[in-house]
Design a binder for this molecule. Structure first.
Ligand code: LLP
Length: 417
């Protein structure tokens, strides 16, 4: 359930008409509902309330400071993959001992920063990284807490670009090498082994792949116990899918039940890294129709947002529902909804039936709260759009629109030119 609903044919975010925000901040803009973010986070937390757990929201899905602050206030941690995300998390008030750090390519400066900040643990993805973290710990005279990220080789049955737990993917250590890596880790003096982690993929719409992954992890834990290696944290990553179109993913309660059943009796603290399931349907991208154009093959609706603002349709052929901000048309048209960027891949929808629109009308691209703004860019020298958060009947600009000056910030022309 989300708080983007029509009242008298006007789309509202909580108590604020979306068109009113558009008048104030201009278009395009991202719009987040505070109540929806909160509700989704709490639903997830509640689902696991019977067991020790930590919800580390996945910063890559939405890393706006206001969003992270909201979760910090609800006791949330953070799943990060870069020094930049660590910076954002701590700036937003997330406690370092609630931060876990995954990623196949952590740099020395990022590792140092995370050790010095005192994060809960690194999810280590290779032997070389293990040695590097140990070396950083030795130099900083600190012990780095670690989990090894295991690649369980299960098929999450999602888009291939967002599958991560198959042997052919770059992530984690294979089951056999993981046991070896654990043995190696226990021999290192500046790392402390505290956990095991995995993440099989994103937009997973059934529980079975999570359960298969957990079974494999449990097998490995049994092997580790026989070796005298004990684990306190079990991080099962994120990945639970949402409804964009017709999907019917499990509710967090169903997901939690399947996971807890698969775990049986255990004394681990569970770590969850949800991103999309919390933020996805808590945000929309609002855009204005610039032109309508009748082509020889098909008709186009040209809007002021583009692939640089929301890349998911271009990159994954992803579906985002398109709704009029003012619902006053009965007639539908079948069109390609496209942006101004100079690429044929710059589309939001192809051959989509939408209500008839004309220049000046506002459209909402739904389910854009996760991997929307965070994946946006300045391609075509387009300033990045503002992010706005509604709280009840007030809206707050939580990131201002970039200016042309912002576009060239940090650039310089060398004197020889
Ligand atoms: N943990 C790790 C280690 C991850 O790599 C990810 C996502 C998550 C947690 C959060 O997954 P979620 O709960 O959001 O599914 N840009 C793509 C999604 C990429 C996901 C990458 N990893 C998209 O727009 O669909």
């Amino acid at each position: 359930m989300h708080h983007f609903q029509y009242r008298d044919n006007h789309l509202f975010c909580e108590g604020v008409p979306v068109s009113e925000i558009a008048e104030n901040v201009g278009t395009p803009f991202y719009l987040y509902s505070h109540a929806t973010l909160r509700r989704h986070f709490i639903a997830f937390q509640k689902a696991f309330e019977g067991v020790p757990h930590l919800i580390c929201f996945s910063a890559k899905s939405n890393s706006n400071l206001a969003v992270l602050r909201l979760f910090a206030g609800l006791g949330g941690g953070l799943d990060i993959v870069s020094g930049g995300e660590l910076f954002r998390g701590t700036q937003a008030g997330i406690r370092p001992e609630r931060i876990v750090y995954s990623g196949v390519g952590k740099r020395v400066d990022e590792i140092d920063y995370a050790i010095q900040t005192g994060i809960l643990m690194f999810n280590v993805e290779s032997f070389q990284e293990l040695d590097l973290i140990n070396g950083c710990g030795a130099r900083l005279k600190k012990k780095a807490r670690i989990a090894l990220r295991v690649n369980p080789d299960v098929d999450p049955r999602t888009h291939p670009y967002i599958s991560t737990g198959l042997k052919k993917n770059k992530f984690g250590l294979g089951m056999e090498s993981a046991a070896e890596a654990y043995k190696a880790a226990t021999g290192l003096s500046n790392v402390e082994v505290i956990g095991i982690s995995c993440h099989i993929g994103s937009q997973v719409t059934e529980v079975a792949p999570f359960v298969s992954a957990l079974h494999r992890i449990r097998e490995l834990i049994t092997v580790l116990e026989a070796l005298g290696i004990s684990i306190s944290y079990l991080d099962i990553g994120g990945g639970l899918g949402i409804t964009y179109d017709q999907e019917s993913p499990p509710h967090p309660n169903e997901y939690a039940k399947a996971i807890l059943d698969a775990l049986g009796d255990s004394s681990f603290t569970l770590i969850l890294e949800p991103g999309r399931v919390i933020a996805g349907n808590a945000g929309i991208l609002v855009s204005k129709v610039l032109y309508t154009k009748e082509g020889e093959d098909r008709d186009f609706v040209i809007v002021d947002a583009a692939m640089n603002d929301l890349v998911r349709p271009s990159l994954y052929n992803a579906y985002h529902a398109i709704k009029p901000v003012v619902r006053d048309q009965k007639e539908t048209i079948s069109v390609d909804v496209v942006g101004p960027v100079c690429e044929t891949a710059d589309f939001f929808a192809r051959n989509r039936d939408i209500p008839r629109v004309e220049a000046g009308d506002l459209l909402a691209f739904m389910s854009a709260g996760a991997y929307g703004f965070t994946m946006s860019s300045n391609y075509n020298s387009r300033p990045r759009v503002p992010e706005v958060m509604v709280h009840q009947d007030q809206f707050h600009v939580v990131r201002r629109r970039e200016s042309y000056e912002d576009l060239i910030k940090g650039e310089s022309i060398p004197p020889f030119l």
